[in-house]
Write a protein that binds this ligand. Sequence first.
Ligand SMILES: Cc1cc2nc3c(=O)[nH]c(=O)nc-3n(C[C@H](O)[C@H](O)[C@H](O)COP(=O)(O)OP(=O)(O)OC[C@H]3O[C@@H](n4cnc5c(N)ncnc54)[C@H](O)[C@@H]3O)c2cc1C
Length: 435
Amino acid sequence: MAMDTVSYQKSLKVAASYDVIVIGSGPAGICAAVSAARLGAKTALVERYGTLGGNLTNGAVSPILGSVAKGTLRDELVERLGVPDSDEIGATQQSHDIELAKRVLVEFAHEAGVKLYLQTPVVDTITQGDKVTGIVIGQKTGMCILQAKAFVDASGDGDVAYYAGAEYEMGRDGDSLVQPVTLMFRVQGVEEDALTCIGEVDYVEYKGERFLDYTTRHCKEGHLPPNAASVRSFRTLVPGERLINTTQANGISALLSDDIEKAEVDLRKQIDQVVEFLRKYVDGYQNCFVKSTANTLGVRETRRFMGLYQLHDEDLRHGRRFEDVVVHKASFIVDIHNPSGSAQAEGVPEEVTPYDIPLRCLIPKRVDGLVLSGRNISGTHRAHASYRVMSICMAIGEASGITAALAAQKGIEPRQVDYRDVQKVLLERGVNLFE
Ligand SMILES: Cc1cc2nc3c(=O)[nH]c(=O)nc-3n(C[C@H](O)[C@H](O)[C@H](O)COP(=O)(O)OP(=O)(O)OC[C@H]3O[C@@H](n4cnc5c(N)ncnc54)[C@H](O)[C@@H]3O)c2cc1C
């Protein structure tokens, strides 16, 4: 007879102990780990896949969008990735070299002395009261425990915070729907002067009408997958190549295995339809072919944890300053890919006034031993739609790494770390934190 639950008890070996453990190696996690290690913390970075980078590599997401004030690890990383930089947000519209990034990120971490755990999923936490003291990792030899004085959850979904029971929100107000998931892919064989289109905000004219109107009509006629009317095509460093951000699955929770399987299968099928559309209906794409696809579907939105402060829409609108600022002048539109249809959720996305992110957004309300990082920090659905881009996540990552390292060094909780001490480190590194 099938049973609903099975009781399971096991003693697990403590495999190693660190000052700081960062979970997840996306734009936030890689910067968090390097940042902590450069402060002298014995640091480990735990990643479920074999390649570092999160969306930056495995998700094949590009270009690196958004901006923050000068001097953060974001500037160093972008330079190492060889992306032509600009003060304009994503002005170059140029994709970084994803293969190069796989190597560069390992060098970035190794040079700082970060210990890497690759192909190592975190499956649970060990807590004492409300404090995270260890993570349970899955290895071929069985599960074991890694301990640290402070943890940084840069897993995107906030798995560690979730396992530790931290409070979170998901989705937009009203129906709790999240932004759709997308499987990115690259095509080659595109003529040099063929159109590029960075998104719905990019007014591209095609055959006498707006390209988005043209693709929307084709979507309605069934030439594109349902809800995939936004054909976003970015130039890369390779001539004749374009990165395509178009496949789309709505109503998916990337936290549920059944949803993940459905989306991975469906999105892969959508690629053929999108390529067929490009070949038939967009000049200069008639000979294009798929060069590569992302290793995993890209997830825009899942859990947003409740921190000591929740970043609000108005903070972005008015470019709010905070005394405990750790990311200064973050800037990107409120980019909400429609949770229940095609293109943008709100028509033309709202512009923001470059805003600050306070340290309190990185500190979970109740759970100790833990710093939030990247897209899972404390903010509303609309605020998240802006700070989720990679430049801003890198800067959040750097600040989260400093906070965890200081907590470990001083033997205190991340919530007890004085924001002035975090700011001091950032300023010493040459980060512009104030006007
Ligand atoms: C399709 C798509 C297109 C986008 N387009 C752009 C764009 O053009 N420009 C831009 O700047 N941003 C874009 N974004 C947003 C941006 O990519 C993400 O918001 C950003 O990468 C978030 O960074 P992160 O470090 O918080 O998380 P992620 O990049 O998601 O990294 C999280 C890491 O944690 C690891 N991980 C997760 N769970 C565990 C676990 N339990 N154990 C161990 N490891 C774990 C993951 O494998 C991953 O490496 C896009 C996002 C998507 C999905």
